[in-house]
Design a protein around this ligand. Structure first.
Ligand code: ATP
Ligand code: MG
Length: 778
């Protein structure tokens, strides 16, 4: 064994060494948080390579691409970069997208197929609902999308759907009898557009492995060793893929923690981990018990909470780390105060312990809670980064550029085409696009193919000469970009696109600060492409083509965009924090109905999932954890009383340090700056107690509130936002990235200048210019 590797392996404890050095056969490592599961997986890969296993024969599946990159770098440090380059590592989606590209023709897809993101899928579903003239209040596009997604994750194809009377009847009962037709049309349209959505990447992989035994055999032989991190959160579709691929050699190693299974609401199946021993022969089962991450107080407090769950595997987790401070529990009168407390506390801790901003994380149950935290951090000049908000690649100007780039690679891509065909404006109106959609359906072709023949078809489609010319010009432009792409590199192509299409000029004309910010974002995209080409050459041995770049973007999670070169406090939902660790962790909004969420307390299993989520949150902390809650909080635009979360009570008191809101935090840091004599004294004044704060103007009526409450909050972390100009009316329910849900109370102005007055759950009444407002319709 290489001496470097030896040193690393010696650094493992005995329990970790056993699964690391286990050679062949199936093995499972079940262990609590922070016990080194991910580390074992990493070292095991390095060990296998040292034993002569070719990197090409190892497949490793992780929760984010960033985690995969980090593992790869660590392994490269041990075995050398040229070897590590050849490892197959990434998320399920990115790995199987790659495989599908090789094999696409077998399934009738082009190898340059587009990957539709959530927003593309939603737009297409909305369009279909409209074309079928269905009531969009009954056929809500998001619910339809969720349903289609759950079909796909359970491997229910369109044919299987229609053959299953129970499914058909369930939709009829839900007053959506035409669900199956929408599903069929959606699948057909994606197929014609040469596009796969996220769920397709798994569904089609299953189809590929099932229908083509020779393909299955090829990948079984290729991936002789398969390793999966966070196995507890795999869904059925992912489970079947792993099962099929590992069937021949059965060299499968999975690691996970049933106590950290938090994605049941997206179809994750905890039974995958519980049944692992039945799925393979001679399964070796390993347990790790020593936690290296957290202080004793945190480990024991987390243990005391998770023990309350009935469905769980018995596990011991202990640590040799110091006791550490007790977990601080802090009550504030309102969420504004809670934000100020957290910001002040971070400020003080950073000074007192000489820490970086990046040593702190603020975790919350729902995205809407970030606003109060952001306001407070901004006031204290503490740099922060929100994860899971609107990701960079979802921004309008970026999606516009990507729309053109996608068309270059796959001109059949319907959603990209619809997005850019008339942006910047080139006189191709909505009616023309509708006609193109109808014709495409009639001829069984893509819209682009119809456009290529517009001179012959135009008259029969009632499209006049002038418009025909504009359509042909568009086709010619895209084709000229394609020619450029054949010889050029991705960065150059993109730069030309932003200039030749008039995208940048359009934003320059705008002249507003927002317009300038958008231009800067486009520049940032171009810089990113340049970096991508470089990184790709170094880490993956490919050229970094435009197609590769687009694939990377389509599958990037928000976490993946983090270059980690800026020192910022991290803000994210607990779901996103899985697998990560921070010295100081603030878990905010520890209140009944918020955490545990009001929507997840109907059954024991839902409540247990909330408890697991709390376990995940608490175990992210290395040195110090804070639990904060408020006495009252703005929800649905109204101040409501809040009760502390039951999860606080579930922790034994000896691990907790209860603080009161009257601690000196409000003065201390500000007083520090007083020595310069430039403090605004008015800022030092204590605010009046807030319990008597009047409700904001225009509080929603009882009826409106009931309407709001009926809606199940969704995890908004990856839901993209579309422009809502022209789409709102009084009473429409929307969601804002910071202010949460709200009801439209009034509208003024038209087109690009339209404003809406909206009563928000977390911000009260606000007037927003819709063009810039990050709103989505619920
Ligand atoms: P989670 O359940 O949260 O995903 P995990 O079980 O994957 O956690 P790791 O992230 O692998 O745990 O390890 C937790 C921390 O402990 C990491 O910082 C890791 O570097 C450290 N660690 C793990 N094993 C050892 C060891 N033997 N010696 C020193 N540090 C270790
Ligand atoms: Mg881990």
């Amino acid at each position: 064994m290489d001496s470097k590797l030896e040193v690393y392996i010696e650094g493992l404890n005995e329990a970790q060494r056993a699964p690391t050095l286990h050679k062949d056969g199936a093995l499972i490592v079940i262990a609590g948080a922070g016990s080194g599961k991910t580390r074992v997986l990493t070292m095991r890969i390095a060990y296998l390579m040292s034993q002569g296993i070719d990197a090409f024969n190892i497949l490793s599946l992780t929760f984010t691409n960033k985690a995969a990159r980090e593992m790869k770098k660590r392994i490269a440090g041990i075995v050398g970069n040229s070897e590590a380059k050849n490892l197959w590592m990434g998320t399920f989606h990115s790995i199987f997208a790659k495989i599908l590209r090789f094999e696409a023709d077998k399934l009738g897809f082009p190898s340059n197929f587009t990957i539709y993101d959530t927003q593309d899928s939603q737009r297409l579903i909305s369009a279909i609902i409209k074309e079928m003239q269905l009531d969009k209040d009954i056929y809500k596009y998001k619910q339809v999308q969720n349903r289609i997604s759950s079909f796909k994750n359970s491997l229910i194809t369109v044919r299987a759907y229609f053959n299953d009377p129970d499914l058909v009847e369930a939709d009829a009962m839900a007053k959506r009898p035409r669900m199956g037709e929408i599903y069929k049309e959606y699948v057909d349209r994606c197929f014609k557009a040469g596009a796969m959505d996220f769920d397709d990447l798994l569904l089609r992989t299953n189809e590929l492995l099932n229908r083509f035994p020779e393909v299955l055999a090829k990948y079984q032989n290729r991936f002789q060793y398969i390793l999966v991190d966070e196995y507890q959160d795999t869904n059925h579709s992912q489970y079947l893929i792993v099962k099929a691929l590992s069937d021949r050699f059965q060299n499968i190693c999975v690691v996970g923690d049933d106590s950290q299974s938090i994605y049941a609401f997206r179809g994750a199946n905890i039974n995958n981990i519980l049944n692992f021993q039945k799925d393979y022969d001679n399964v070796a089962m390993y347990r790790l018990e020593q936690n290296y991450r957290s202080s004793k107080n945190i480990v024991e407090a987390a243990n005391s909470v998770i023990e309350k769950n009935k469905t769980r595997l018995d596990k011991t987790v202990w640590t040799a780390n110091e006791d550490g401070g007790q977990i601080i529990v802090h009550r504030s009168p309102t969420d504004g105060e809670e934000g100020r407390y957290v910001a002040s506390s971070i400020f003080e801790n950073r000074m007192n312990h000489q820490l970086m901003n990046g040593d702190f994380a603020i975790l919350y149950r729902t995205n809407a809670q970030s606003r109060a935290m952001e306001d407070a951090l901004r006031k204290r000049d503490i740099p922060y980064r929100i994860y899971g908000g609107l990701s960079f690649y979802q921004r309008k100007e970026i999606k516009d550029v990507l729309g053109y780039l996608r068309l270059i690679i796959n001109p059949k891509d319907e959603e990209a085409l619809k997005r850019v065909i008339n942006y910047p404006a080139r006189g191709i109106g909505g009616t023309t696009v509708d006609k193109l959609v109808v014709a495409a359906k009639h001829y069984g072709r893509s819209i682009f193919e119809v456009m290529e023949k517009i001179e012959q078809l135009g008259a029969s489609m009632n499209i006049n000469r002038g418009t025909q010319t504009r359509l042909s010009n568009f086709v010619t432009m895209i084709k000229s970009f394609q020619i450029l792409n054949d010889g050029g590199n991705a960065f150059e192509v993109a730069e030309t696109v932003t200039k030749k299409t008039g995208l940048v000029q359009e934003l320059k004309k705008d002249g507003t600060p927002e317009g300038i910010a958008r231009i800067e974002n486009i520049e940032e995209l171009l810089n990113g492409m340049r970096d991508f080409v470089e990184e790709q050459k170094q880490l993956a041995d490919t050229t970094g083509s435009l197609a590769e770049f687009l694939e990377d973007v389509a599958l990037a999670t928000d976490m993946d965009n983090d270059k980690g070169d800026e020192d910022r406090v991290a803000l994210m939902t607990i779901h996103l924090a899985k697998g990560l660790e921070f010295p100081f962790v603030y878990i905010v909004g520890m209140e009944e109905d918020l955490f545990p969420s009001a929507m997840s307390m109907n059954t024991r299993s839902e409540l247990e999932e909330e408890r697991r989520l709390f376990y995940v949150a608490l175990t992210r902390a290395e040195k110090q954890a804070y639990l904060t809650y408020t006495e009252s909080r703005y929800r649905w635009g109204k101040l409501v009383d809040a009760e502390p979360s039951r999860f606080i009570e579930e922790i034994d008191d000896k691990y907790l340090d209860y603080q009161t809101p009257m601690q000196s935090y409000r003065y201390k840091p500000l007083m520090d700056t007083d020595i310069f004599g430039d403090v605004d004294k008015s800022k030092l004044r204590l605010k009046k107690p807030v319990s008597g704060r009047p409700p904001s103007v225009g509080t929603p009526t009882g009826d409106q509130l009931r309407k709001l409450r009926k809606i199940k909050p969704t995890d908004t972390s990856d839901v993209p936002i579309s422009s809502v100009v022209g789409a709102l009316k009084r009473g429409t329910i929307v969601e804002h990235i910071r202010f949460g849900r709200g009801i439209v109370e009034g509208l003024e102005g038209k087109g690009q200048d339209q404003k809406a007055e909206i009563n928000f759950e977390n911000g009260g009444l606000k007037k927003l210019l819709l063009r810039f407002a990050k709103l989505k319709i619920i």
